[in-house]
Write a protein that binds this ligand. Structure first.
Ligand SMILES: *Cc1c(COP(=O)(O)O)cnc(C)c1O
Length: 377
């Protein structure tokens, strides 16, 4: 089925600009392995994040997550748990397994839909000595308000805090710090479907330059002086994707302003109906889509069908949550995942990209009002 308004419409540099970059790359005869484009892109990311944050680039965020976890757990015995929410994308729990640990799923908070701090505390108390790390997830790329409390909890426990901020490049936390500058390190995805998109790509950002450097080494077969000095693989970013990244960085902040305005249009359409609410702090994020928590499951399903029938590609997120996916059915759950299951059944994701047509917003508001009227009838 094709939609008038697709869920995601990546904005890429014009074809002739990309062609010029390809010509440049061919001319330099340097296609990957930390070439001039990668170095310039990496510096651009460092400058964008500020606060002395260092960056290692990757060919995707999944390998960046594996690298971050592997580096943070270097030298520790395998076989323990890593706390992670189930309300996330499968790549995080999959990365945990690639570093020889098992995900220990925790619930989320109903209000913020971010990982629940009390659930993490309870999990740590119940599994004392067996939890090796926390893989925190900034849900939908929105910087969690409680990030400082999570940092304090990890420090208290003496375990690393890795943050999956895949969709969050460009987001800020509510205290004004940039997403990418917290925890032991944060991981970004630059996949074509994320707000900051280069095709396939990712990064680890860390305030401690040694962590970024170790991740870079991990992405390059674990090489150091004398050959492989740590676990590693090939996770390097290609020059062409780095070149696209350099172009994307130039216009990114202007795009963000527009995406955040789109979100305000959704707020205006939904809030008067009382059908649902936007997830908190979304306006401080880079806005991967408009996430609306509907008050009731049947209404969410009805709205999903209504929007799709109108040519607007609505989706559900994250559904099913990871603990209900077959590969993770046997993974331990720290507690009831009741809120996760309830939110997963009520979350409605609608497109939010720059350049959405004016009449799309009229349709969005009309569909919400029609649904309300039908439900009242
Ligand atoms: C997209 C995403 C990933 C994976 O990113 P890739 O670059 O596609 O590997 C991981 N975690 C979350 C939360 C994501 O949204």
């Amino acid at each position: 089925m094709s939609f008038d308004v697709p869920f995601i419409r990546p904005v890429f540099p014009p074809a002739e600009v990309v062609a010029a970059d390809v010509a440049d790359i061919v001319e330099s005869n340097w296609f990957t392995n930390f070439g001039p484009k990668e170095r310039l892109f990496r510096q651009g990311l460092v400058d964008y994040l500020g606060s002395g944050t260092d960056v290692a680039t990757f060919c995707n965020a999944t390998l960046a997550l594996v690298a971050a976890l592997s580096v943070m757990l270097e030298g520790r015995p395998v076989g323990g748990f890593v706390i992670v929410p189930s309300f996330t994308f499968a790549a995080g729990p999959e990365a945990i397994r690639w570093v020889g640990r098992e995900p220990l799923f925790i619930d989320i908070d109903e209000q913020s839909v971010q990982p629940s701090l009390p659930a993490a505390r309870a999990a740590l108390a119940d599994h004392r000595g067996r939890v090796d790390a926390i893989l925190f997830c900034n849900t939908f790329g929105i910087g969690a308000e409680e990030i400082g409390d999570w940092e304090a909890l990890a420090a208290e426990e003496g375990i690393p805090l890795v943050v999956d901020s895949a969709a969050g490049f460009g987001s800020v936390y509510s205290d004004g710090s940039r997403v990418g500058t917290r925890g032991d390190c944060e991981v970004f995805s630059f996949h074509a479907t994320k707000p900051f998109a280069i095709g396939e790509g990712g990064a680890v950002a860390a305030r401690d330059a040694r962590i970024a450097e170790a991740c870079r080494s991990f992405s390059n077969f674990g090489f150091g002086s004398g050959g492989a000095i740590r676990a590693g693989l090939n996770g390097k970013l290609q020059e062409i994707n780095a070149a696209i990244g350099i172009r994307q960085l130039a216009g990114f902040d202007a795009d963000l302003v527009e995406r955040r305005l789109v979100l305000e249009r959704y707020r205006a359409a939904f809030e008067p109906t009382g059908l649902g609410r936007l997830v908190p702090h979304a306006r401080l994020s880079s806005v991967c889509f408009a996430s609306i928590l509907v008050d009731d499951e049947r209404r969410r399903d009805a709205l999903l069908a209504d929007y799709r029938a109108e040519g607007i590609e609505a989706r559900v997120y994250y559904a099913p949550p990871v603990h209900l996916q077959p590969a993770f059915a046997s993974a331990p759950r720290a507690s009831s995942l009741r809120v996760t299951e309830s939110v997963s059944a009520r979350m409605l994701a609608l497109p939010a990209f720059q350049g959405m047509a004016e009449d799309t917003f009229d349709t969005i508001a009309r569909v919400a009002h029609d649904r309300l009227r039908r439900d009242l009838a």
